[in-house]
Design a protein. Structure first.
Length: 67
């Protein structure tokens, strides 16, 4: 949902962690990467028309796929 609200715009890692886990939670370094990986597989399986791309050093972007 956090990525979908910002479709085609970069969402920072900090913003995602804050929305998903809350600001008070301590999150392991790979927790977000694992979550994004599972979400990518689900979106691909559903042929959703969107993909998640990493933006190095910043975060992620949910972008529409054009076939």
């Amino acid at each position: 949902e956090a990525l979908a609200r910002r479709l085609n715009r970069v969402t920072t890692r900090g913003a995602l962690i804050g929305e998903i886990y809350g600001v008070a939670e301590t999150v392991h370094a790979n927790a977000l990467e694992a979550l994004v990986s599972r979400l990518r597989r689900r979106l691909l399986a559903l042929e959703s028309g969107v993909t998640i791309h990493p933006v190095r050093g910043v975060g992620y972007i949910l972008a529409e796929t054009f076939d």
